[in-house]
Design a protein around this ligand. Structure first.
Ligand code: ZN
Length: 293
């Protein structure tokens, strides 16, 4: 299958190509293990929107360029941009950059983390996460927003944020993508779960040797592409609705409050533990650029 097109505008942090009925959206900050800055979030959103609007595209594959799928949110690269304003897409809320404290964090994380992942989960085309190497913290949020995860045998998954006093990443799907006891072990230990372990828990659909990852994903995508577009959209919505009836959406809303209580606690006691996600770092970052508190 030949690449038909790429988009120069998105090329820096996200690449987009269409191969037959499959759109491939690729995280492209390999030098930073594909750490997500806001620029990447919005580039992903633009790429996904483009794939939805293109009737030739039946399935979307989300991949990572380089050695790892995604090491999480950007907490320290030169491209970190938490103090910058972007045109908001996920929620109707005010801009965070001239706010302080919880007002600032809630605005930003509602938009670029929880809101975006929910928006992507509801994309009306099947999405396959093609995961290799590290899939950590914010990386989980991307993989979990997809319908399937196909992983290479070198992939591993971890959410270590309890070490920072935070009860899991913002898109709190843990008890739904694996069983509650496994979710507790995942959170309480911060351990890396191998692709095989994640598969055994039902979080990963298939585990294949690294060399077969792409061919497996594309074979699966081609098979799905034989189904009618609208039927796929309705089937996806049906399963998503069932998950929400099992409490996923309201559960996430409630945990988002705990998550922000933890951020606020850390800010209050001056915990230097959040590697940039805490209020102090955000404030310092904002004030050093002249745009913040
Ligand atoms: Zn957070």
């Amino acid at each position: 299958m030949a690449t038909e097109e790429t988009t120069a505008a998105e090329e820096e942090v996200v690449t987009y190509e269409v191969r037959g009925p499959v759109a491939v959206v690729t995280l492209n900050r390999p030098q930073y293990r594909n750490a997500q800055n806001s620029r990447m979030t919005y580039a992903l959103d633009a790429a996904f929107t483009r794939a939805v609007d293109d009737d030739r595209v039946k399935v979307i594959v989300l991949a990572g360029n380089g050695k790892h799928f995604c090491a999480g949110h950007d907490i320290g690269t030169p491209g970190r941009d938490i103090d910058q304003t972007f045109e908001r897409k996920a929620v109707i809320w005010w801009d965070h950059t001239d706010k302080q404290g919880v007002d600032q964090r809630l605005a930003r994380e509602s938009e670029v983390y929880l809101g975006m992942c929910r928006r992507w989960r509801e994309i009306p085309k099947p999405m396959i996460a093609m995961v290799h190497g590290a899939c950590i913290a914010g990386g989980l949020m991307l993989a979990w927003s997809c319908d399937f995860i196909v992983a290479s045998d070198d992939a591993f998954f971890s959410d270590p944020v309890v070490r920072m006093g935070i009860p899991g990443v913002e898109y709190f799907a843990h008890p739904w993508v694996m069983n509650p006891r496994a979710a507790k072990e995942f959170l309480f230990t911060g351990d890396r779960f191998t692709a095989q372990r994640a598969h055994d828990l039902g979080m990963v659909n298939h585990v294949v040797p690294r060399a077969e990852l792409e061919s497996t994903v594309f074979a699966l995508a081609e098979r799905i592409s034989a189904m009618p577009r609208f039927g796929l959209a309705l089937a996806k919505k049906a399963v998503n609705q069932a998950e929400d009836l099992q409490g996923m959406r309201t559960g996430m809303d409630s945990v988002f409050g705990l998550h922000h209580a933890a951020h606020a606690h850390n800010a209050e006691v001056g915990a230097d533990s959040l590697a940039g996600m805490d209020a102090r770092s955000m404030r310092d970052s904002a004030s050093s650029s002249g745009g913040g508190a």
